[in-house]
Design a protein around this ligand. Structure first.
Ligand SMILES: Nc1ncnc2c1ncn2[C@@H]1O[C@H](COP(=O)(O)OP(=O)(O)OP(=O)(O)O)[C@@H](O)[C@H]1O
Ligand SMILES: [Mg+2]
Length: 285
């Protein structure tokens, strides 16, 4: 189905029909501070072995969606007030973040949180704390991370606070990898990084996806980069999915290009406005 054909807030339509569904978010509503309605019925799916991009501008609700899944909202006075979340067919909306990690779901938070005073390797080791593992397994897990992130091996004894932004992002992803997840929720990996480093990180994400079969739900403002690496994408606006489709279709969709590549003319405030504008233009023509 083309992206344009699914251009409205939609029931979860994905390629999940042909692959095992790993994650399913069904019509969730999220409220902060008991009154601020931020997600207004978001539905999405991630199929096994896929990279799914969750796109949208500043404040659209991407991080809120990821935090709803990994149950990190309560720390911010947020609450899922409607809808359900399922991981491999089981309801997970009441599980703690730790329980989810044990089930194989890890989140890498926006802003690449590392313990600044710990070394890169010590940061990575904190990622294994939910697993009871032997020293041998721990060493093997570390080597696996270093295999995918050779830069981290070079910097293993450096204090994280003195490593570059890209290295800190790699440390944050590497730490999640230490828990041997089958799914990673990755929030804005490109934030504040030079384009070359962004590519390097996305190449590693692709590698983890193809070689380790890790599924990804990837929140990104950097739409075009995310769509180059993802299989499928959802566009969020103001707490709602306004469009979804396979990544190639979305990337070549004129409305998406117009809005996200900044080709829009002044005065248009949202993706929906672009749609209205285009419709009017067609009508005038
Ligand atoms: N703890 C909170 N309390 C109240 N409102 C919040 C809280 N966290 C986020 N919001 C609001 O929820 C909306 C969605 O925020 P969210 O961080 O999910 O967006 P986002 O798509 O991740 O944006 P960005 O691309 O800037 O990271 C915004 O309007 C934001 O102001
Ligand atoms: Mg965010």
């Amino acid at each position: 189905m083309s992206a344009a054909a699914t251009a409205t807030a939609s029931p979860p339509t994905t390629d999940a029909a042909t692959a095992t569904k790993v994650l399913s978010v069904n019509n969730i509503e999220v409220i902060y501070d008991h009154v601020i309605l931020v997600l207004k019925g978001v539905s999405l799916e991630v199929a096994e072995g896929r990279i799914v991009a969750l796109l949208g501008a500043n404040g659209a609700g991407k991080s809120t969606t990821l935090k709803s899944i990994s149950n990190l909202l309560s720390a911010e006075r947020g609450e899922v007030t409607k809808g359900t979340i399922e991981f491999r067919g089981k309801r997970v909306d009441r599980l703690t973040t730790n329980e989810l990690v044990r089930m194989g779901v890890c989140q890498v938070m926006e802003g690449r949180h590392c313990f600044q005073h710990l070394t890169v390797e010590e940061n990575l080791l904190t990622g294994a704390y939910t697993r009871k593992i032997s020293r041998g397994d721990l060493a093997e897990a570390l080597e696996r991370v270093y295999h995918y992130f050779p830069r981290l091996k070079q910097r293993r004894s450096s204090q994280s606070g003195y490593t570059s932004g890209g290295e800190q992002q790699m440390t944050a992803i590497g730490r999640a990898l230490m828990a041997k997840p089958s799914m990673i929720l990755l929030d804005e990996p490109s934030m504040g990084l030079a384009p070359q480093i962004v590519e390097e990180i996305f190449e590693i994400v692709r590698d983890l996806n193809t070689k380790e079969r890790v599924s990804f739900l990837l929140a990104e403002q950097n739409t075009m980069v995310a769509l180059r690496y993802a299989n499928y994408g959802y566009i969020l606006e103001n707490g709602r999915v306004v469009m979804d489709g396979d990544a190639k279709g979305l990337a070549s969709n004129e409305d998406v290009k117009e809005f996200y590549l900044g080709l829009s003319t002044a005065g248009r405030k949202s993706f929906r406005d672009v749609k209205h504008y285009r419709r009017r233009k067609r009508w005038l023509a």
